[in-house]
Design a protein around this ligand. Sequence first.
Ligand SMILES: C[S@@+](CC[C@H](N)C(=O)[O-])C[C@H]1O[C@@H](n2cnc3c(N)ncnc32)[C@H](O)[C@@H]1O
Length: 392
Amino acid sequence: MTLPQPGLEAQRFSDLLVSRMREEIAAAGGWISFARFMEAALYTPGLGYYSGGAHKFGAAGDFVTAPELTPLFARTLAVQTREIMLLSAPQIIEVGAGSGKLAADMLRELELSQSLPDRYCILELSGELRERQRATLAERAPHLLPRVDWLDRLPERFSGLVLANELLDAMPVHLVRWGGEVDPGAVFEVSERGVGWSDGALVWHDRPAQGRLLEYAAQIAEECPLPAGYLSEINLAAMEWTASWAGILDQGALLLIDYGFPRHEFYHPQRSSGTLMCHYRHLAHAEPFFLPGLQDVTAHVDFTAIVEAAHEAGMDYLGYTSQANFLLNCGLTDILARIPADDTVSYLSQAQAVQKLISPSEMGDLFKVMSLGKGIEAELCGFSRGDRGATL
Ligand SMILES: C[S@@+](CC[C@H](N)C(=O)[O-])C[C@H]1O[C@@H](n2cnc3c(N)ncnc32)[C@H](O)[C@@H]1O
């Protein structure tokens, strides 16, 4: 595939990031994990994809997320948000808030139903996106801005809703190869694919997997029949992040929305080169070394790993279903029907967006919603029909 070339300024930023990576690889003895590469490519201050100047979201960016597609996504999520706040406390933390659209549209919807949270906190790694979120809120919901705070780290204690749309897929993953030869004559059962530097370029470099990664890879191989040479991702960061909420939540729920599968589908024998994907100007490809810092790098989520990590840490499973089921259970079609049908232009464009959110061939089936929590006894409305927990 031929990918579009960046402008000179953007190319200069990417070159600078690559030269920092080269120095880091040299300082580390010639090898860094792919997770470290991905973290640097996405989050190096000023140069990483999320922390630098790339436009990222929407038609002018590289990909479109549900809150960017239509405000109806936030309005429908507000139904589940209200219920969780009633069952716990009127507070929200949104993690990885992107452009801030979900926050603005959600707050406006909660205001309409007189169920505003006392505080809407945003936890965002990227300084550039924090500024963008503030600007979006100032434009779309200026009178609600005083309720919004930006956090620098996870809180010590929290009750309420923790919301994250497309967060886990943006966490750095390790790459693992099961079976097969690494160097001629040296056969390792499990190798970790990392990044080195050779002939002026970033190169793949495998070495034996170790420690927790090796243990986890062995567990996967026991549960899923993998052909020799199978390459895929393990997202230790997402598991650790999820588990960390067990020590923070007094009462409340995490609502995690992302593309992914249960383990037996994630590590399906036919998915033999994993789910790693890059997005550059609405083109999806699998070349993470292409223009580091200018393109998104992402992997699907193994939701079984997330629920296991939460459970081991002491959180309850509250639900898992497709995005389509979840949004329909929360009343998406009624919310669409609030737009007057004689406002044809608006109605048709919103109906089209709804179709994208729920159609099985678009986001409806690939995207899942998972809830985990503490001290919530009631069944959550978003999972009332079509719960897929049995597949985890
Ligand atoms: C794919 S974007 C999704 C943005 C937004 N939620 C949306 O749906 O449009 C991922 C977001 O998560 C943020 N992020 C990634 N890891 C994070 C972490 N550990 N803590 C806070 N934010 C994080 C990124 O900076 C970015 O804003």
